[in-house]
Design a protein around this ligand. Structure first.
Ligand code: ADP
Ligand code: MG
Length: 252
């Protein structure tokens, strides 16, 4: 069984420890939720897994960051993405001048470069992209625009899910993909994520503040993250408890 394994992960940035002995194990096909107060280090975890070089991983004994048994820390972000790791950013970046369609085609070609069945022709790829966009209720006109350029918040988040659909990841981290979405957009995004999981058996780490997306995605496990580590893990009942009690039990 393929797994994403994080053991005893310590990370600092600007001399401040952000992740402080974090452990996590996600199998393919599973959905895990991470919930935690602002500043707990959730986005830092997401970015470190994807290979953001702004963060310094502190060497510790017993430390492990592996996907399918491969050490992720020795790979650059491109290599991680090609292996099938995907991150939907909390704040997707705008890259004016790079068309969405071009960006997605290049990403697709890199991810499936060794796959003989990949779609080769630009026109065919466009058709494929449009059909995926329609499934995710994305206006196909967005495909012709600059990447995230003047996109609304909801459009940016939906485009992240379109990227995910194109890249068919082995493991995906969704960092607050549900934040700022209206109810209809949230439903579309959740349905899109579900479809991708079902088609590809993707393992998904959902970082969220809200119960609603978890009702759709039905996570196998929920982790509470405070001060750079997982302080409690369990089933969805944790979410209800957090709704009532918040994080005060763990926050000093
Ligand atoms: P969360 O996503 O749980 O809200 P973050 O991982 O974004 O938390 O941030 C955790 C802490 O690390 C915060 O105090 C934040 O200010 C700090 N931090 C994150 N990234 C950086 C950075 N690049 N430079 C300085 N501080 C950072
Ligand atoms: Mg965050």
């Amino acid at each position: 069984m393929k797994k994403l394994v994080v053991k005893n992960l310590h990370v600092k940035v600007a001399d401040k420890i952000i992740l402080n002995g974090l452990n996590l194990e996600l199998k393919k096909g599973e959905v895990h939720a991470i919930m935690g107060p602002n500043g707990a280090g959730k986005s830092t975890l997401a970015k470190v897994l994807m290979g953001d070089s702004n963060y310094e991983v502190i060497k510790k004994t017993g430390q492990k960051v592996e996907m399918d048994g491969k050490d992720l820390l020795s790979l650059d972000p491109n290599e991680r993405a090609e292996l099938g790791l995907f991150l939907s950013f909390q704040n997707p970046v705008e890259i004016p001048g790079v068309r969405v369609e071009t960006f997605l085609r290049e990403a697709y070609k890199a991810r499936f470069k060794d796959n003989d069945n990949k779609i080769e022709k630009a026109l065919e790829f466009r058709k494929y992209l449009i059909s995926l966009a329609e499934k995710l209720s994305i206006n196909p006109d967005l495909l012709k625009r600059g990447l995230n350029e003047n996109f609304s918040g909801g459009e940016k988040k939906r485009l992240e899910i379109l990227q995910m659909a194109v890249l068919k990841p082995e493991f995906a981290i969704l960092d607050e993909t549900d934040s700022g979405l209206d109810i209809d957009a949230l439903k579309t995004v959740a349905a899109g994520v579900k479809m991708i999981i079902e088609e590809n058996n993707t393992g998904v780490l959902v970082i969220t503040h809200y119960q609603r997306i978890l009702e759709y995605l039905n996570p196998d496990k929920v982790h509470v993250m405070v001060d750079g580590k997982v302080v409690e893990s369990g089933d969805q009942r944790i979410v209800n408890k957090l709704e009532k009690e918040g994080y005060r039990k763990w926050v000093s």
